[in-house]
Design a protein around this ligand. Structure first.
Ligand code: PMT
Length: 421
């Protein structure tokens, strides 16, 4: 299925000599499936490991090796390819080609093409005329550890290239160590992350809260709720794909953290509150999707609570937790940060009235009203049915849809709330 960031992108996939070249075929296939147009340029050493025909078949375009026999007798294929590339990936990147790239050598079609392809400054609008480079080194562990190799990698990263891997594990030599090429899925994720930096949230920081807080009763028991974190992480992914630098302050989650998103693990509402307030002053958009416990056991027992013979009940006194979004509102009134604050309202009755009251009480720009009684929606589900309530009184009721789509709709509603800096 076409990917919203990779679809239609012209990718130059450089493949250099190493046993991991076989994994580049999988990467090529994944890029094509994502909708990218892939031009593979191989070194002669790479072609000893995997036939160019493999890449030609997967990409539907000729895989090139030779500088001097370009199709149609093109005398400057490297310049032409460099000018028509949206994204560079070199996977696997050998120690030899890494050194050449760092030094600016241009002794084959791949190195000549890359020397003619400036590395994008991802933080600058329009990438400052450059192209994102994703480098996935793979080599024997001693070659990787060599200070010369390390210096070459550092030089390219300093110029803006994104390094993915290498991982540790069993190498072709049979030894264990660092040098394994990152998995194609991770390289693809890094490519998406780089391309996203052209999006409307580029240069913005988004903070999301996710998951259900845990309020300890004793060392092994706690009060919590059924939040999985799916909604919060979907929001984090949507913001990341629009180019934001995203962090998630989260209670324990049932789903993995998305690639490229900073994880800030906490457990209790108080810890979540502290972590959010510490970041709120540098956050453009705060989205509170966590299911935060309003109360906690007033005293958490130091040891596991024991039942005694004949005991029929245990009374637990609860103490009020801080209202995180309320605290943020107070801080925002002083500082103006975050620029936009979005809350959720998980309701079992009077959905819109209760959500509207929370919108006002927590001084939000937008609240996402969530009827959590509907089967297949809300806590733990993959889908959600929500209504967006804006501070200016507008309402937008959405049909039930995957949480990823809800997240897109929420982010689309957030964009107009941000003033240009
Ligand atoms: O995690 P999932 O399984 O995907 O489920 C998603 C969800 C149902 C948890 C999510 O869509 C949702 O509705 N999250 C808000 C849950 C909630 O706590 O709602 P609330 O109405 O109690 O709180 C209102 C808002 O104030 C929320 O943004 C909440 O994060 C925030 N809050 C609540 C209590 C508190 N002490 N401090 C807060 O900041």
């Amino acid at each position: 299925m076409a990917d919203r960031l990779l679809d239609g992108q012209r990718v130059l996939l450089g493949v250099t000599g190493g046993i991991a070249a076989y994994k580049a075929a999988d990467l090529c296939s994944k890029l094509v499936q994502a909708g990218a147009q892939v031009d593979v340029v191989m070194t002669e050493a790479a072609a000893r490991f995997v036939a160019p025909l493999t890449f030609a078949a997967l990409s539907g375009r000729p895989a090139r090796i030779d500088m001097w026999s370009a199709p149609g007798g093109d005398p400057i294929p490297h310049v032409r390819m460099a000018a028509s590339t949206d994204l560079v990936i070199v996977a696997p990147l050998s120690a030899n080609t890494l050194a050449k790239l760092a030094l600016g050598l241009a002794d084959n079609l791949l190195t000549a093409t890359l020397l003619a392809t400036p590395i994008a400054a991802l933080s600058k609008p329009g990438f400052d005329g450059g192209v994102p480079w994703i480098l996935a080194p793979a080599m024997e562990s001693h070659m990787w550890a060599n200070p010369l190799t390390q210096a070459h990698m550092v030089a390219l990263v300093a110029r803006g290239a994104a390094q993915v891997g290498p991982g540790r594990g069993r190498l072709a030599s049979g030894a264990m160590g660092a040098g394994r090429m990152a998995e194609p899925a991770e390289i693809l994720a890094a490519a998406r992350l780089a391309l996203a930096r052209r999006g409307p949230l580029a240069g913005r920081r988004v903070l999301v809260t996710a998951g259900g807080t845990q309020e300890p009763l004793d060392p092994v028991r706690y009060l919590t709720n059924a939040s999985s974190g799916k909604m919060g992480l979907a929001l984090a992914e949507a913001a990341r794909d629009l180019g934001a630098a995203v962090a998630v302050v989260h209670a324990p989650l049932a789903v993995p953290m998305p690639y490229g998103v900073e994880s800030v693990p906490v457990r209790t509402a108080q810890q979540m509150c502290d972590a959010v307030l510490a970041r709120a002053g540098t956050t453009d958009v705060l989205i509170g999707a966590a299911a935060v416990a309003d109360f906690r056991p007033a005293e958490a027992a130091g040891q596991k609570i024991k039942k005694t013979p004949g005991q029929e009940e245990l009374l637990v006194r609860l103490a009020r937790n801080p209202d995180i979004l309320g605290e943020v509102a107070a801080q925002r009134a002083q500082t103006g940060w975050p620029r936009a604050v979005v809350g959720f309202a998980a309701e079992t009755q009077d959905l819109l009235a209760n959500a509207a009251a929370k919108l006002v009480a927590k001084r939000l720009d937008l609240i996402v009203a969530n009827d959590v009684t509907e089967p297949g929606s809300g806590f733990g589900a993959d889908d959600n049915r929500v209504t967006l309530l804006f501070a200016d009184g507008r309402q937008e009721a959405l049909p039930i849809m995957p949480k990823a789509e809800v997240a897109d709709r929420v982010l689309a509603a957030v964009l107009p709330l941000l003033q240009p800096d």
